[in-house]
Ligand binder design. Structure first.
Ligand code: IVH
Length: 671
């Protein structure tokens, strides 16, 4: 490709990718698949590698991370990062408004009401329109420089629009957060991989910003709302204008703010959002009220800790007190032990609560829980309510502190705690009933071997009846054995056998996921399978070799080698092999079906009825066609599925590329 064509291509890809990024962080959803996005990004990366002069500071390739930071340097804030005063009732808020008014005698005061986003504060330093530094709050005076991590957040502009018209240096303050859905999906993935669950989106965002590997940060899909500008000779006089300025310059500003001129209007804003926040995709813990005029802000000034011209109003988290009846312990499939607080039933936010999660032994110690304590239970961003405190006044003097257990509640084995981990584990992996049952349930789930008609009760009955000791034993079950199970009739027995037989066609990556290796979720299993191709290569791989696979870090590599070094697991794998399960990836060969598409280039977009994307691609190639990742002058056909990206459509239309449906495509190849 000549450099002129490359330059045009780089601009087009950059524009498209930046547009998709923007849609993603403003609507919290995407219009193209991750696969398509990655393919376009790879194409851009390749072009930038070939023509380094085309690499721009705001290229989407600069957001994929890859920098490893061992220790973050500290930076002294030019403008200290203050906290805000809190108010908890309309009376307290009325007092604050009265104080503001008293400080500005005979002046009309306007307020800007904003949501108080529950994330981590960040300071973004721009020089000549370019992001030069991102700093955490730290102690308010100095914070950590985490620029490589901040650059992975797509809502943070790397290069500002109209930089020549902007002040040469200024600082933007905002809140980095993890949208609730991203958090829930991340936790689901962790649960499936047997990793400890994360407590809430805020702590997760905060922990993520401090990670050493920025490519992991990039994968975590953080987002950021900006809400303040600091600098000298700024070209505006009110907070409202500064928000408008931020938006114009390309920052992500939440459109939820509102101007209020009376106390009643502030209260209306609060009442509206106290309810509406439940459907807002980001956790909020209150609202922030700021005096609009900068001149008035200056006149009011600061106390030692916070500005007098702004305050926050905290939403009341729904909270009740109830008695702690007992702590029980659950043992998960990987042996992790989780305490659960059993509570006297109480109604909280419309539902009856009987249990609350306590994450681990540290949490019991932090709360200093005693037997029979009255505890405060709160429903915040989390689905399961949590214990936020103890009513010391209600504690009986003879109440004993809750003692953490030293042995597994299921099998009695002494628990262990790995260095640096908060959770305790039962090491009796292959002999502890809840671990065995959990592993079998994991094996049969939809995302793994997808064996139907095998619920937890059936699995437990099979185990109790001595029919199975692990998931591989399922494949040795006979109809007679199944008929001995409670509630099993001819039909249900046949169904289970049919489900088992059908599962033998499961692709290797899902069999690998089904084995339940700690830290190996569906995505990692997929990467391992594609990298090593078969089970023998994986089971004999050294830690160093494992680290070469994409998405595999030290923890995963250690966990994989530990798994295969155990004799019981090696035996289990050979049982699975003997049962006829796939132990290697099937490479899709291009078997020619014809030459109907020779010389034609296709772009595919969206979701299809009859095809997975890869299959459609294979079909095109099998008929002699080529598949490209983005629409260009060379594209002959855009095969459009459901939910196709709007920019692809627009581009295809503007270039006069033929847009065809899946059916029309099949007609092209005469099928
Ligand atoms: S303005 C001097 N606006 O709340 C004013 N802060 O308790 C600085 N926060 O550290 C803050 N949403 O992390 C402001 N719309 C908003 C906010 C907000 C969340 C956080 C921020 C700050 C803390 C203050």
């Amino acid at each position: 490709m000549d450099s002129q064509t490359a330059a045009a291509k780089v601009i087009a890809l950059t524009e498209d990718l930046n547009k998709f990024n923007k849609i993603y962080y403003t609507h919290h959803s995407s219009v193209i698949s991750d696969y398509e996005f990655d393919m376009m990004l790879k194409e851009l990366q390749a072009l930038e590698a070939q023509f380094p002069e085309l690499l721009k500071a705001d290229s989407p390739t600069q957001r994929v991370g890859g920098t490893i930071t061992k220790e973050f340097p500290t930076f002294e804030h030019k403008y200290p990062m203050l906290s805000l005063g809190n108010t908890y009732s309309s009376e307290e808020l009325a007092d604050w408004v009265a104080r503001v008014q008293k400080g500005l005698p005979d002046q009309t005061v306007e307020f800007i009401c904003e949501l108080k986003f529950d994330g981590v504060a960040i300071a973004l330093h721009y020089e000549h329109g370019e992001l030069v530094r991102a700093v955490t709050r730290g102690d308010g005076t100095k914070g950590d420089v985490i620029t490589p991590n901040a650059k992975t957040i797509k809502a943070i502009p790397l290069l500002l629009k109209n930089a020549d018209k902007l002040p040469s240096a200024f600082e933007v303050r905002g809140e980095v957060f993890m949208p609730r859905e991203v958090f829930l999906a991340l936790n689901k993935e962790r649960e499936e991989a047997g990793d400890a669950l994360l407590a809430n989106p805020r702590n997760t965002a905060s922990g993520t910003l401090k990670m050493q590997d920025s490519s992991v940060v990039a994968a975590r899909k953080l987002n950021c709302y900006c809400y303040f500008v600091y600098g000298e000779d700024l070209p505006f006089e009110t907070h409202e204008e500064s928000l408008e300025f931020l938006k114009q310059a390309g920052f992500h500003v939440s459109d939820t703010w509102k101007k209020a001129t009376t106390f009643e209007e502030i209260i209306d804003f609060i009442s509206h959002w106290d309810e509406a926040r439940k459907n807002f995709p980001v956790d909020t813990d209150g609202i922030v009220i700021k005096v609009n005029s900068f001149a008035q802000q200056q006149e009011l000034g600061f106390t030692a800790k916070s500005p007098r011209w702004a305050t926050s109003y905290k939403f009341k988290a729904e909270n009740v007190a109830t008695q702690l009846l007992e702590i029980t312990y659950q043992v998960g499939r990987t042996g992790s032990v989780t305490p659960v607080a059993n509570l006297a039933p109480v109604v909280l936010a419309g539902t009856t609560v009987k249990r609350a999660s306590i994450h681990n032994a540290n949490e019991i110690a932090r709360l200093d829980l005693h037997e029979g304590d009255f505890v405060f239970v709160e429903k915040g961003g989390e689905i399961i309510p949590k214990i936020t405190g103890v009513s010391l006044a209600d504690r009986k003097p003879e109440a004993k502190p809750i003692q953490w257990i030293s042995n597994c509640p299921a099998c009695g084995t002494e628990l262990i705690r790995n260095e640096g981990e908060a959770n305790h584990y039962c090491p009796n992996t292959n002999g502890c009933k809840p671990q065995i049952l959990g592993k079998i349930e994991h094996f049969v789930q939809r995302k793994a071997l997808n064996i139907e008609n095998l619920g937890p009760e059936t699995i437990e009955a099979m185990y109790n009846g001595g029919l199975i000791k692990n998931a591989a034993d399922l494949y040795t079950l006979t109809k007679d054995q199944l008929l001995q199970l409670p509630n099993f009739k001819e039909k249900s027995a046949d169904n289970v056998l049919k489900g088992l037989e059908a599962s033998k066609a499961t692709p290797f990556e899902r069999v690998l996921f089904g084995m339940g290796i700690r830290h190996v979720g569906a995505t990692v299993a997929d990467k391992l399978a594609k990298h090593f191709k078969n089970i023998d290569a994986i089971s004999s791989a050294s830690e160093e070799a494992l680290l070469q696979a994409p998405e595999v870090g030290e923890i995963i590599a250690k966990s994989v080698t530990a798994y295969f070094s155990e004799e019981a697991n090696a035996l289990f794998v050979s049982q699975l092999k003997a049962a006829g399960l796939a132990m290697q990836v099937i490479e899709k060969e291009v078997v020619s079906e014809g030459e109907a598409l020779v010389g034609l280039t296709f772009v595919i977009s969206g979701v299809f009825k009859c095809f997975e994307r890869d299959d459609l691609k294979a079909k095109i190639e099998a008929n002699g066609g080529k598949v490209a990742s983005s629409v260009s002058g060379k594209t002959n056909y855009l095969v459009a599925g459901d939910g196709m990206g709007p920019s692809k459509l627009e581009k295809a239309q503007s270039l006069g590329v033929k847009i065809i449906s899946e059916d029309e495509f099949l007609a092209l190849i005469g099928q």
